[in-house]
Design a protein around this ligand. Structure first.
Ligand code: AMP
Length: 285
């Protein structure tokens, strides 16, 4: 496994893989790897002959009052996990390498960021799209794997790839959960024991609302009120709870086909997100 710090070196290594006609897979991460990340890497291994995992805590996707400074970092531990999985390259650039003096270009999407997390995290998805486009240009992958845990992020990347004709196939990967349903996240390590238990209610409520939708309840407003009520009752503070179109992320006024139920909640001082796709059951008539 080669650990690469410089963009020029990564670019040359990728170019060599291309020259050898080896299919390249990329898994972009911010490190502090957990089983969710590792399952993306395993997926990449089945899709490509060479796998690059990038580890970069991207400063431009954090707002001024967000957790950039205290975001967990564990490069040594991450490298051990990735070595066990047979990763070929770990691209772990410095901030100066990615954003040298004079950097001023940004990728902006005009609609997808105006929903869900983007409403409070102003500029976040522009920061994500910008760094992912840079990673695509540096690593030149044929495929890139993204987790559906960050559903809005996947949609933003899919949109960008389509809009800008980027020759990368985006593969969505299911959300990996702990035994009690809590979606794995690098931020779960901020939770106290008591908060960790409380946080499991996010999955419970998503499942409950998804099952209501399955049974044919089709009024999103009532379901949203129920979801928020149950989350708040369990001691979580809800930033948003939405039932939306899984492509545009616009709120739906009536549930007719597949919808995305998505939420962001504060558990103490930790912000957690999760989501679930749901559909009304089809009857045979
Ligand atoms: P992050 O390091 O949080 O930026 O995440 C890197 C990638 O891992 C993103 O594509 C995330 O969606 C994905 N990811 C994070 N947590 C999970 C999870 N629990 N299950 C599946 N994918 C995940």
């Amino acid at each position: 496994m080669t650990v690469v710090r410089q963009t020029s070196e990564m670019f040359n290594l990728s170019k060599r893989c291309k020259y050898n006609q080896e299919k390249l897979g990329l898994v972009p991460t911010m490190g502090a790897l957990h089983e969710g990340h590792l399952s993306l890497v395993r997926k990449a291994k089945t899709e490509a002959q060479r796998v690059i995992v990038s580890i970069f805590v991207n400063p431009i996707q954090f707002g001024p009052n967000e957790d950039f400074a205290r975001y967990p970092r564990d490069l040594e531990g991450d490298l051990r996990s990735l070595m066990d999985l047979g990763v070929d390259f770990v691209f772990a650039p410095t901030i100066e390498e990615m954003y040298p003096q004079g950097f001023e270009t940004r990728v902006e999407l005009s609609k997808l960021p105006n929903h869900l997390c983007g409403l409070k995290r102003i500029g976040h998805f522009s920061g994500v799209a910008t760094v992912v486009l840079k990673l695509f240009n540096i690593c030149q992958p044929d495929v890139a794997i993204f987790g559906m845990k960050d559903f809005q992020q996947v949609r933003v990347i899919e949109r960008m790839v389509e809009d800008l004709n980027i020759p990368v196939k985006i593969i969505r990967h299911e959300t990996i959960r702990d035994h009690d349903g809590l979606a794995m996240s690098s931020r779960n390590r901020y939770l106290s024991k008591e908060e960790r238990v409380r946080a499991t209610n996010i999955y419970k409520v998503l499942k409950e609302i998804s099952s209501d939708i399955g049974y044919g309840f089709c009024d999103p407003k009532r379901l949203i009120d129920k979801g928020i009520g149950n989350l708040e009752k369990s001691g979580l503070s809800v930033e948003y709870f939405a039932i939306c179109d899984p492509n545009t992320l616009e709120d739906v006024t009536q549930i007719e086909g597949e919808v995305l139920i998505a939420t962001a909640c504060w558990c103490g001082s930790t912000r957690l997100i999760d989501n679930m796709l749901a559909s009304p059951k089809k009857t045979s008539q």
